[in-house]
Design a protein around this ligand. Structure first.
Ligand code: ADP
Ligand code: MG
Length: 139
């Protein structure tokens, strides 16, 4: 069993598709073991995306991620890190497979509806970035 972090981004919250996205995770064998809605501060968004600080899209990404509330999730399941990424689809929704969250709900390479941790190591870091142990309910 693994745990991974996902974020429903401000564009998807604005589109009112939280429930549809949660259902994709559940229907594909992942359990929601932690969830909270919050509005990221600039400081927290910059820190979360620090790996991208040299990329040309970094400041736009921070602006987008702080433009409205997000729903932060911890997901649990077999191969959860990889499975979550499969359910999400490719970063660029134009490359995303049919039936993936990004194919159905993204509107640009930036406004791509969801985040998912990219490795088990980062999943651990990212889950603890947002959740205390007493806010996570593995089962
Ligand atoms: P992923 O979210 O699929 O792991 P990355 O970690 O490479 O993708 O990028 C983080 C986020 O930055 C993406 O989800 C997307 O919102 C944004 N992003 C990535 N590449 C670009 C780009 N070329 N132009 C604008 N925004 C981008
Ligand atoms: Mg990434």
């Amino acid at each position: 069993m693994q745990q991974t972090l996902s974020i429903i981004k401000p564009d998807a919250i604005e589109k009112n598709v939280i429930g549809k996205i949660l259902a994709r995770f559940e229907e594909n064998g992942l359990k929601i073991i932690a969830a909270k809605m919050l509005h990221l501060t600039e400081e927290k968004a910059k820190k979360f995306y620090m790996v991208h600080k040299e990329k040309p899209f970094y400041m736009d990404l921070v602006k987008f991620m702080t433009s409205g509330p997000v729903l932060v999730l911890a997901l649990q399941g077999k191969e959860a890190v990889k499975k979550c990424r499969e359910i999400m689809g490719a970063t660029n929704f134009k490359d995303a497979k049919e039936g993936t969250i990004r194919k159905d709900f993204a509107s640009s390479i930036e406004r791509n509806a969801v985040h998912g941790s990219d490795s088990l190591e980062n999943a651990k870091i990212e889950v603890s970035f947002f959740f205390n142990n007493n806010e996570i309910f593995p089962r």
